[in-house]
Structures are given as C-alpha cells and as structure tokens.
Design a binder for this molecule. Sequence first.
Ligand SMILES: Cc1cc2nc3c(=O)[nH]c(=O)nc-3n(C[C@H](O)[C@H](O)[C@H](O)COP(=O)(O)OP(=O)(O)OC[C@H]3O[C@@H](n4cnc5c(N)ncnc54)[C@H](O)[C@@H]3O)c2cc1C
Ligand code: SF4
Length: 331
Amino acid sequence: MECNFNYSELKTYSGYYIDKNKLKESASGGAATVISENIIKSGGCVFGIVYTDNFYEAEYYCAETLEELKKLKGSKYVETKKTITNDGKLCSVYDILENKLKLGKKVLYIGLGCDIGAVYKICENKNLDISNLYTIELICHGPTTKEVHSKYISELEEKFNSKIIDFTVKYKKVGWVPQYIHAEFENRKIYERPFAGSDYGVAFSIYTRKACFNCKFRADNHKADIVIGDYWGLQKDMPGYNEYGVSIMFVRNEKGDSLIKDIDDTIFSLQETSTKFALENNKMYYKCREKHQKYDAFEKNFKCKGLHYAVTYRDGFIKAVIRKIKNKLGR
Ligand SMILES: Cc1cc2nc3c(=O)[nH]c(=O)nc-3n(C[C@H](O)[C@H](O)[C@H](O)COP(=O)(O)OP(=O)(O)OC[C@H]3O[C@@H](n4cnc5c(N)ncnc54)[C@H](O)[C@@H]3O)c2cc1C
Ligand code: SF4
C-alpha cells in the first residue's frame, strides 16, 4: 500500500442502519446520524451542516432534538459558512460552541478535517474545557466552491421556473451507487440525474477550493476522535455489505471508542474490519487530491460564462459537440 504512515493504532469499523428508510436517507451507512442520536439521547447537542432555507448556501446548525437531527443528514458537497442562523440572525458557530461547552453540555461537532482542526485551535486559544467535546471528521475529497453551488441552484431554478424546496447530491435512487442529484421544486416538479454526469458532479471533480490541494488533515494528522466515510472497496459478496450504503469508521482514541461502544447493534449493524483494506480503498484518508489539469480553463470559463458553459466546454469545442450529438442519440 502506498500510504506510509503508522496506522496500527487505528481501530476500524464498518456499519449501516438496519432500517432501510433511515439508511436510504443517509449519505453512506448513517454512522454520523446513529452516533449523533446517542449524543442527543444522553442530553447533548450536535453541530453539523444544513443548507440555508433557499438552498443557495450551507452552514452549521446545532441540533438539540432527534427531530432537528434529521436536518443534518446527507452530504453537502460545498464549502460551508462557519455561522448558525438563529431567528434570522447570523451567529458564529464557534461562539455557540463555546456557550454549550461552558454550560457543561456534551457536544458532538461534525465537520471536515479543517473544520475540526479549527475547533480544537479555537478551544485551545480560549482555554476551554473540552472534556465534553466529541468530534467526527468526514473523509474529505474537498468540496466545490460556494459560487459553483449557488450557480447550479439558480440555473436549475431558472430551467424549472420554480424555487427549490429540497436538494441532495447523494440521493440513493437505485442504491448506494451510482449517486444521484435529486431536486424538488415548488411547482412539484422533480429533477433527478446521476451525479457524475451532472454539471455539479463535473464541477466537484474538477473545481474545488485551492486550499484543498495542500490539505494538512490527512494520514496521521487527522484531529477528530473518529473519521468516517464510505466503505469503498466492499463488494456485494463480502460480509457487512449493504446495497444502500455502508459507513467506514476509523477510531483514533478513547473518546472515539466510547462513541462506538454506545451504538445499539439492534438498530445499526456494526462490525470490526481491516484497517489496511479500508485505507487501500479510500486514499482520501491519507492523500491530498491533486489539482485537475482542466482546473484553470474551467475556472476561467466558469467566471466568464457560467457553470453550464464551463462544464460543456471542459474538453474543448469538438468534444462538446460530439457529447451533445451522443446525448441526442441517447448514447
Ligand atoms: C465535501 C465532502 C467530500 C467527501 N469526500 C469523501 C471521500 O472522498 N471519501 C469518502 O469515503 N467520504 C467522503 N465524504 C463523506 C461521505 O460523503 C459522507 O458524508 C460520510 O460518509 C457520512 O455519511 P453518513 O451516512 O454517516 O452521514 P449521515 O448520517 O447522512 O449524516 C451526514 C453528516 O455529514 C455532515 N456533513 C454534511 N455535509 C458536510 C460538510 N460539507 N461539511 C461538514 N459536515 C458535513 C452532516 O452534518 C451530518 O452530520 C465527503 C463528504 C463531503 C461533505
Ligand atoms: S480537503 Fe482538507 S482543506 Fe479541503 S475542505 Fe477537506 S479537510 Fe478542508
């Protein structure tokens, strides 16, 4: 294996929600949600990501009830604001976190590697007691920019001449893979398209935040108690497989262990699995994504002519025409 860090201390689990509906609503196997539910049930609160009301942006939310927790489900593949909207007022997520910790609340904070790095830095700078703080990091390929996301939403709304009332990029239309985009509009129309072929999917694969090419939060520099993602590499005939998605969980310390021990195996099918195999199939745990060769051209086209143009002409004019003809012929 090309990963050359010491992973012998990691304990690795896989799992999925036994309830099919709960599993289908989750981004992977639902590990983030099952752990979050336990925190809420023990009187704690969970910080995670939601889309804003109009779906143009994503930001933090602090869930205190199981009902509120449902809002966090699903992956938002866009860079997020470090704010929480309370009664129409924007507050810093870090101020709200500080309040909760000072109240002695049990807190679970879920974020990308850099989010969790920032949380620990802030807690250290403010000298906060973090004994009640638990953290989960998502394995991170790097989100696309907020400009791409908002442009995609506005182009869809224009196309359907209606406002979006629901949106997800990891919809399990036929199963875990291929993932679909699913959007619902006020006029009751529904848009569904395989993510990989969509303008959003293409932008996600080419165009991320520049900082992500030098992400520090990899290999042995993850900061969270548990790092979770999709259990890529798991095949249909292997133990622990579920066609609607399986989570991988890399447990880094005792706090992480305690979160895993609290999982009720009558609602979430949990098993220990091979760290080596899981890492071999999920390079984003230890490797940074590289800058795409089409990045600069894509950025230029996106800024001058919009998202759809940048996606259509990502390989140049001739390939764009051939792709259009193939699409018309249904190939
Ligand atoms: C930008 C991005 C890139 C990713 N890249 C990979 C990858 O390369 N390989 C891989 O295996 N997994 C990747 N993931 C993680 C994967 O898509 C799932 O989010 C993860 O496995 C959790 O699934 P779940 O079923 O446990 O989540 P659910 O139970 O559905 O809950 C989702 C949780 O994710 C949190 N969340 C959603 N979007 C964000 C966000 N943008 N920032 C911070 N927290 C968020 C929510 O707050 C919620 O707690 C990525 C996720 C994101 C957001
Ligand atoms: S790739 Fe790294 S820097 Fe980029 S969003 Fe993910 S954790 Fe943050």
